[in-house]
Design a protein. Structure first.
Lengths: 210, 402
């Protein structure tokens, strides 16, 4: 039997992923006693795991280097890879939003936005192109995106909003919601077909235990 | 100005020696196989007018084509596809041909799509088309040919998934969703996004039975038993016809003893505007993308002014090479052969000997370095040559087997 390879997004998402995999009967002990090994295995079920940077998970899965990936919908939207998105795992919930200064609240349709700061340039570009049919300048930042409208770098931001507290403390409000975000299970298009039984079995086991 | 002289553009590659030899062998086998099965080869130009692929109603996105101009300022492209040129030929050049016509091609295509995992901007495709006949026999023939071609490449474990775009279109027609909503559902089904499909369907009043079927669509893939799970009387005439079509094709494949390679995917809903009936894809281990795709496209030829049914497939040779490499099935292509060296004065004899060997069909080459015998033997070893023959001045020969 071939190994089925699962790519997990490093960090909190990986811990939560381990929980649901264990509930589905996958042995993650080697993964939990995290050593320096890069690839960990569950010999009984012939499953291999590895941890990768979240934005790399869809890449591994698309190329077939991993059969399955567990990663946030935000990363999937940004990477735009050609994958099967088979399961909403429901954890790590938040929203992808357009946010800006309070003065803009309720005026999204009447103002012209020219500059948008974000960690998610592709998501922002798609939203402004398809939903709003506007050409905007996208400014890619790596963190603390909320700062951008405050110092005049951009008119609005596109970012993940979990509780909304950071926005509020900085006088920003949500102007529009782009998408609901949570952890998703993705599968390579070829693996889904060629290892149909095992992968479908695993999906079902996880679904039942969500 | 010479900043780029050391590099090749993105997505193209030099294919050297052993890989090149393997590729040629592979192409040769594919060519023989098509020919033995009654297909005729054709070649189309590498450059074509943009309008062939991309004007109104075209099937290829303009941003994925390499474009340039001819001397009159008309827009040209490097061909992004080989089926569309065949459709152009079918409509414009084959007026006197007796249809049906079975043809095949092997050639390079070009597009600016995503790279990696075996995908290149320049890639070799081998494919075939059957023109001028709309029958289940022709559809089954093309699937059978696809199976034969994959086997020819040396890939043993593979699977052909068959879908039917009319099934999806029929169900959507029954559901009464608007065009935009259908497109949204199509995208979600294509991603096997079960939740997304459910969210969209919850916003619409569709009769329960049909709704459940739509929600189930992303899951409707696997063995052919799936076809029996659907009640033909409840899906509408168009979708029922599509299912009967697949069943009939599978029956023909069963008769040919090929059904073990085939499975079903009713949620295969990509390229809906191109294909009009059966669609199929070929998968194997080791590569994350299909190695082959095809289907029936009866509306394509009419874009060029003539009604003509057509069905066919194309195989990505680069993708197959990558699969063979990952599956450790690459052939040893070392030529072995002879290296003929000689002592001063024996040059004439040596070159006669070398000629004789080549005429017998054995790989042989003259020594062009004339170093010591030891050095020559070492050189031959490094080059994978299996025998060194040294012709002595007195005409005697010493053969060293490596």
């Amino acid at each position: 039997m071939r190994y089925i390879t699962i790519a997990l997004a490093k960090g909190r998402l990986a811990e939560l992923s381990v929980e649901i995999l264990e509930r589905a009967g996958v042995d993650c002990s080697e993964l939990k006693n995290s050593s320096r090994k890069l690839i960990l295995t569950d010999e009984k079920n012939k499953i291999r795991f590895f941890l990768a940077k979240p934005s790399d998970v869809p890449v591994y899965v698309e190329y077939g280097a991993a059969d399955i990936g567990i990663v946030g919908k935000d990363t999937l939207l940004e990477e735009g890879r050609d994958l099967y998105e088979v399961l909403n795992l429901g954890f790590a919930k938040c929203k992808m939003c357009v946010a800006g200064p309070k003065e803009l609240e309720g005026r999204m349709d009447s103002i012209t936005i020219t500059r948008v700061a974000t960690k998610y340039p592709e998501v922002a570009r798609m939203y402004f192109r398809h939903k709003r049919k506007e050409s905007v300048e996208i400014i890619k930042l790596s963190g603390s995106v909320e700062l951008a409208p405050l110092v005049g770098l951009s008119d609005v931001i596109v970012d993940l909003v979990e509780t909304g507290r950071t926005l509020k403390e900085n006088g920003l409000v949500i102007l529009d919601t782009i998408a609901d975000i949570s952890a998703r299970m993705v599968v390579n298009r070829v693996s889904m077909k060629i290892e149909n039984e095992r992968i479908t079995g695993l999906i079902e086991a996880i679904r039942k235990n969500l | 100005m010479k900043r780029w002289n050391l590099y090749t553009p993105e997505g193209v590659q030099d294919i050297l020696f052993d890989d090149c030899r393997r590729k040629r062998i592979l192409e040769g086998r594919i060519r023989d196989s098509f020919r033995l099965n009654g297909y005729k080869e054709l070649e189309t130009p590498t450059i074509e007018f943009f309008d062939v692929f991309g004007s109104d109603g075209g099937f290829i996105n303009q941003e994925s084509m390499y474009k340039f101009c001819d001397s009159k300022g008309r827009l040209l492209v490097l061909r992004p596809d080989l089926t569309i040129p065949v459709a152009r030929i079918a409509a414009t050049k084959l007026k006197d041909e007796d249809f049906p016509l079975k043809c095949f091609y092997i050639g390079n295509t070009f597009s600016f799509d995503q790279l990696g995992g075996g995908r290149q901007n320049e890639f070799t495709q081998a494919g075939c088309e059957i023109l001028g006949v709309n029958s289940i026999e022709a559809d089954a023939e093309v699937v059978a040919m696809a199976i034969e071609i994959i086997k020819t490449t040396g890939i043993e474990e593979f699977q052909i998934d068959i879908g039917q775009v009319e099934f999806f279109k029929g169900i959507m027609e029954e559901s009464g969703l608007s065009e935009d909503e259908v497109e949204e559902v199509r995208e979600l089904i294509d991603l096997k996004d079960f939740v997304g499909v459910e969210q969209v369907m919850d916003q619409h009043k569709v009769r329960a039975e049909l709704k459940n079927l739509i929600l189930d669509l992303p899951r409707l893939f696997g063995s052919k038993d799936i076809l029996n799970r659907i009640d033909l009387n409840r899906v509408g005439e168009r979708a029922a016809k599509a299912l009967l079509n697949i069943k009939a094709i599978i029956e023909i494949l069963e008769d040919r003893n090929l059904d073990k390679y085939v499975s079903i995917d009713l949620g295969m809903v990509q390229s809906m505007n191109y294909y009009t009936s059966i669609v199929f894809r070929g998968y194997t281990y080791g590569v994350g993308f299909p190695v082959l795709s095809g289907g029936r496209y009866d509306k394509l030829v009419s874009r060029f002014g003539r009604e003509c049914a057509a069905t066919g497939f194309s195989l990505g040779i680069n993708m197959v090479m990558m699969a063979l490499e990952r599956q450790r099935k690459l052939e040893d292509v070392a030529e072995g052969g002879f290296l003929v060296t000689y002592e001063p004065g024996a040059r004439k004899l040596a070159s006669c000997l070398c000629r004789e060997l080549i005429e017998k069909g054995l790989p042989a080459q003259m020594d062009i370095q004339l170093k010591s015998l030891d050095d020559t033997v070492q050189y031959a070893k490094r080059k994978g040559i299996s025998r060194v023959i040294c012709v002595k001045e007195d005409g005697s020969k010493k053969e060293i087997v490596l």
